[in-house]
Design a protein around this ligand. Structure first.
Ligand SMILES: CC(C)(COP(=O)(O)OP(=O)(O)OC[C@H]1O[C@@H](n2cnc3c(N)ncnc32)[C@H](O)[C@@H]1OP(=O)(O)O)[C@@H](O)C(=O)NCCC(=O)NCCS
Length: 168
């Protein structure tokens, strides 16, 4: 890690979602996905997202928010279930794409679920697929079609030396 990224990381902090950041979190989620699929009206799905986060959290998942303390702004968030390793949401503010926010959030998810992280990703979400493969994930097969009807891949990360899953 370079000195500048160490300094930057020191001003970043992770906190569990508390509810006070809901407006900022929804705005970030919409902006992040609009930057990925401009044709989809993600703002119409905010209620769906809040219901989904609440349902996942009721089952034990954690939504971790990464804050820039100097700016008091939300950089991104991740939802991870430490019991199952299921990563349901990972979103970075589009102004922060490529700045290392995704890797920091993924590291936090791996800390909570150190033996397995599994997720599905739209097969045509090239930036995300590249990101996960670079982070050591492997495709273990096709997932269910996404909410928008897109083909998905199931990706899985396990610490080195661990046996990969058989395709579902
Ligand atoms: C996928 C995602 C989590 C990656 O997070 P990140 O913090 O940008 O990750 P990185 O810092 O490693 O950068 C990822 C890529 O963005 C590129 N990038 C840099 N600046 C960029 C910019 N201004 N705009 C777009 N992409 C940029 C990086 O070069 C890198 O590209 P590469 O794969 O060709 O090398 C993030 O892009 C995101 O939130 N996307 C929208 C939501 C999403 O797809 N989530 C995952 C669903 S499963």
């Amino acid at each position: 890690m370079s000195r500048s990224s160490v300094e930057r990381a020191r001003r970043w902090s992770i906190a569990l979602r508390s509810g006070t950041e809901t407006t900022e979190l929804l705005a970030l989620w919409v902006a992040s996905w609009r930057a990925t699929y401009a044709e989809i009206a993600f703002e119409t799905r905010c209620a769906w997202l809040l219901d989904r986060l609440a349902a996942l959290e009721a089952q034990g998942a954690q939504t971790l928010c990464l804050w820039d303390e100097a700016q008091n702004s939300l950089l991104g968030f991740v939802t991870i279930d430490p019991e199952t390793g299921w990563l349901d949401q990972l979103c970075v503010h589009p102004e922060q794409f490529g700045a290392g926010v995704g890797p920091v959030l993924l590291a936090a998810a791996r800390e909570r679920s150190p033996r397995l992280v599994r997720l599905d990703v739209n097969a045509d979400n090239d930036r995300a697929v590249r990101f996960y493969l670079r982070e050591g994930f492997k495709s273990i097969g096709a997932g269910m079609p996404s909410k928008s009807g897109r083909a998905t891949l199931i990706l899985e990360w396990r610490p080195s030396g661990a046996e990969p899953s058989k395709a579902p």
